[in-house]
Design a protein around this ligand. Structure first.
Ligand code: AMP
Ligand code: MG
Length: 350
């Protein structure tokens, strides 16, 4: 398959990149699959109202069919064909966080494709805060089902180049609107229960949600050592975000990290280190591949750079990757959720 590539102006795509947006929208209307930037990560979009278009997403990504998709909308009116009934909690969250990195799980309207929702009676919906995503929905007039535009199991893409690495010749087009901002996927909140329940941590934190709707719970399956619980969000059970070499999280001091690296080096291993700028500059990195990922003084920079850093190890010959851990506050919760999955829950404690 020929994959078209369009470069667009991300500030005002309709004004400055109309021909590209129109061409991409036309492909979406024809039922094709097109990748585009959102403020979280690149999405792989298709007409959410067409079974055939939606099935192409699963095929291109190699996504398990029991993992439902998030439907992206550009206007609240589009909810009328997707969602059955909006409760007070959902309304408050939409007013506070849309457009933005918050996905709401809501009762689905009859007639919504069973493939989108993987047979569930709920649907996940979000309004992205990115002019390119909005322009595609506005010009095509379609709600777009769009998971992250990576092969299943790989780190989510934060640049058009990441999408190309995974999906060239497998999809009809890629709209390049530059690097994404948040860098981690949206927070997924189930609004169908009495107390809203976080199914996936993300760009919007628990604290921010609680400011708007009071108590918010977290799916117990997301909390450490609680793997015996089955996550309510089907996608959370899959290994994910993994580079080729195995990742180990090191929960301890810099000295412990340095000693762990030395042991692997003495065993003849090629070692990769994923850490913040300040950790890397405070360590002896002779003979290892150190890739920096943001600064601890602002965890949002770690979120933004995490997937690019994880992918960068695939261009190296490391046998093993050690990563430091992050405080589980604010966006640190989402960072640790992704890192633990990338590491297959392998954590070495001091
Ligand atoms: P991605 O598309 O890669 O961002 O992943 C979407 C996430 O949303 C996955 O973890 C899905 O399991 C989750 N999701 C989508 N729809 C639902 C739903 N109806 N109920 C619960 N989780 C959902
Ligand atoms: Mg994904």
């Amino acid at each position: 398959m020929n994959t078209k590539l369009w470069t667009v102006d991300k500030q005002d795509p309709i004004k400055y990149s109309y021909p590209q947006i129109k061409e991409a929208s036309d492909l979406l209307i024809e039922g094709e699959v097109v990748a585009f930037p959102t403020e979280t990560v690149y999405g792989l979009g298709a007409n959410a109202l067409s079974d055939q278009a939606v099935l192409k997403i699963f095929e291109a990504k190699g996504r398990p069919s029991d993992n439902p998709l998030i439907v992206h909308i550009s206007k609240k009116e589009q909810l009328t064909v997707l969602v059955d009934n909006l409760n007070e909690t959902a309304r408050k969250l939409m007013d506070a966080f849309w457009p933005g990195p918050l996905t709401l799980v809501l009762p689905k309207k009859e007639g919504v494709s069973q493939y989108v929702t993987a047979g569930l009676d709920t649907i996940a919906v979000r309004m992205p805060d990115h002019p390119v995503a909005q322009a595609l929905m506005e010009i095509s007039g379609l709600p777009l089902a769009a998971p992250s535009a990576n092969l299943s199991g790989k780190p989510s893409p934060t640049t058009a180049m990441h999408v190309e690495e995974d999906l060239i010749h497998k999809i009809s087009g890629i709209v390049d609107g530059g690097a994404t901002g948040v860098g981690l996927e949206s927070t997924v909140v189930d609004c169908t229960a009495d107390v809203p329940l976080i199914l996936r941590p993300g760009g919007v934190t628990k604290e921010q949600l609680e400011e708007v709707v009071g108590d918010v719970e977290v799916d117990p399956a997301l909390i450490h050592q609680e793997e015996q619980h089955k996550p309510k969000s089907p996608g959370m059970k899959y290994t994910h975000y993994a580079p080729v070499a195995p990742v180990y999280l090191i929960d301890g001091s810099k000295e412990f990290l340095q000693r762990t690296i030395s042991v692997s080096l003495s065993e003849g291993k090629k070692v990769g280190l994923l850490a913040t700028e300040e950790t890397i500059s405070a360590m002896n990195t002779t003979g290892i591949t150190a890739i920096a990922c943001g600064t601890k003084t602002d965890l949002s920079t770690v979120a933004t750079q995490l997937y690019d850093a994880l992918r960068a190890f695939n261009a190296t010959d490391v046998d093993i990757i050690y990563s430091e851990v992050y405080p589980e506050q604010g966006v640190g919760v989402a960072i640790m959720n992704r890192l633990e999955k990338a590491a297959g829950h392998r954590i070495i404690k001091e």
